[in-house]
Structures are given as structure tokens and as C-alpha cells.
Ligand binder design. Structure first.
Ligand code: SAH
Ligand code: MG
Length: 219
């Protein structure tokens, strides 16, 4: 009976948090803010995958495109001491992200570039990155990839978030979407094709979280 009870408790624990993510007070504050203000921070499942990739590959320097409130940047900084360079163009987000980094205790590891990522190459061109996390305007993913992957180290990794665009890509009800959403779906589908056919990368696209593409540079 005691053994049975213990097993049930263990199973419940696994079922309630199989991703095994641990939240700090700051994480919870940011998640709450994001929910209330509709800031599209990375969902738990995608985050868990991203964090495991970082644990496995131990990137020295990570480039993030799309900082928002600094949630994913601080999570990434926490794992194994990686340097994070993160780019954000929205002033409101920039102000919140700055406060996040101060509060996080990882400020010295994180460099925030306040600029449109389509125009920020000159600020990072002397650096190299072991991992690039693309998580900004969905219509521009192919451009971000082309601008920044020349700075990727050998066997470097590109993680692209929101490949399902909140479940909209490849959906049957494509015709029912607004014109602008249809345009975005087409662009994201085009990016996925671009990744899968890119001869210099091995890419797999996972339907977890909001859809995550992992591309590994072949040499
Ligand atoms: N990575 C964050 C979420 C980013 S949300 C997290 O998971 O915690 C996407 C962000 O990208 C938004 O804040 C938006 O302002 C920013 N963004 C979109 N297009 C951009 C661009 N071209 N240059 C810089 N930032 C951009
Ligand atoms: Mg995202």
C-alpha cells in the first residue's frame, strides 16, 4: 500500500511538470506580464527544448533576434554562462528588458542592441555566434537568417521559434484567415522550405511548443 502510494505520487509529479522547468520569482513576474499584455514570449515546451539544446551544445555566444521583455534572454543566460547578444527595436520592450536584465543578476552577460534587426548587422559583425535564436517578426525570418548566419561558428545552431505561428501554418482553414495572416503563413511556409532545402544546414522542424525549427550548420 505504501509502495503503491509512493508510485502514484511520483507519477503525479511527473505528469504535472514533465518539462522539469524551474521558475524564479522574476520568471513568474515576466510570464504574468506577458500574459496580461499579450507579449508573445516563448511557450514552456519550446523553452525546455531550447534550454536542452544549450545544455548539450554549451554555446559561448548566443545571438537572439527579438528580445521582448527579456524573458528568453535571461533564461538562456542562466544555463551555462553563455554571453547573450539580443536585438530589439520596440522602445517599450527595450525599457522593460533593461529592467529585467538588471533584476536578473545576469546583466554583465547580456548585451542589448536597440535597433531593427534588419539594420543591426554592423553592431555585431565582429562577433561570432555558436547559436542564433530567431524570434522576431515572422515575415522576415529568411532575411534574419541570411543576414546573421555568416557569423555562425562551425557546426553552429539556428533555432527558429513560432514555426506554427500559433497553430496557423499549414492549417486547413487557411482561406478563412485574414489577408495579412495568410501573407504571414505563406512567408513562414516559405522560410520552412528555405531551411529544409538549404544545402548547408541540417534542419528538422518540430511541432512542439509553437513549432520550433532546429538547423545545424554542416561544417
Ligand atoms: N524572445 C522573446 C520573445 C520575442 S517576441 C521571448 O521568448 O521571451 C518578438 C519581439 O521581436 C517583439 O518584442 C518585437 O518588437 C521584436 N521584433 C520584431 N521584429 C523585429 C525586428 N525587425 N528587429 C528587432 N526586433 C524585432
Ligand atoms: Mg517566439
Amino acid at each position: 500500500m505504501a509502495v503503491e502510494q509512493k508510485t502514484v505520487t511520483a507519477m503525479e509529479a511527473v505528469e504535472s511538470n514533465p518539462l522539469n522547468l524551474i521558475w524564479t520569482d522574476l520568471d513568474i513576474e515576466l510570464k504574468t506580464y506577458a500574459k496580461e499584455h499579450h507579449v508573445p514570449i516563448i511557450v514552456d515546451e519550446g523553452l525546455a527544448l531550447l534550454e536542452q539544446i544549450i545544455r548539450i551544445s554549451k554555446p559561448k555566444h548566443i545571438l537572439e533576434i527579438g528580445t521582448a521583455i527579456g524573458y528568453s534572454a535571461t533564461r538562456m543566460a542562466r544555463i551555462c554562462g553563455s554571453q547573450i547578444t539580443t536585438i530589439e527595436r520596440n522602445q517599450e520592450m527595450i525599457q522593460i528588458a533593461k529592467k529585467t536584465f538588471q533584476k536578473s543578476g545576469y546583466e554583465s552577460q547580456i548585451r542589448l542592441i536597440e535597433c531593427d534587426a534588419l539594420e543591426a548587422f554592423e553592431f555585431v559583425k565582429d562577433a561570432s555566434f555558436d547559436l542564433i535564436f530567431i524570434d522576431a517578426a515572422k515575415a522576415q525570418y529568411t532575411k534574419f537568417f541570411e543576414i546573421y548566419t555568416p557569423l555562425l561558428t562551425s557546426h553552429g545552431i539556428v533555432v527558429s521559434d513560432n514555426m506554427s505561428f500559433h497553430g496557423l501554418v499549414n492549417k486547413d482553414d487557411y482561406e478563412a484567415q485574414s489577408r495579412s495572416v495568410r501573407g504571414l503563413i505563406r512567408k513562414l511556409a516559405g522560410y520552412q522550405e528555405y531551411l529544409l532545402k538549404n544545402p548547408n544546414y541540417d534542419t528538422s522542424i518540430f511541432e512542439l511548443g509553437d513549432g520550433v525549427a532546429i538547423s545545424v550548420k554542416k561544417d
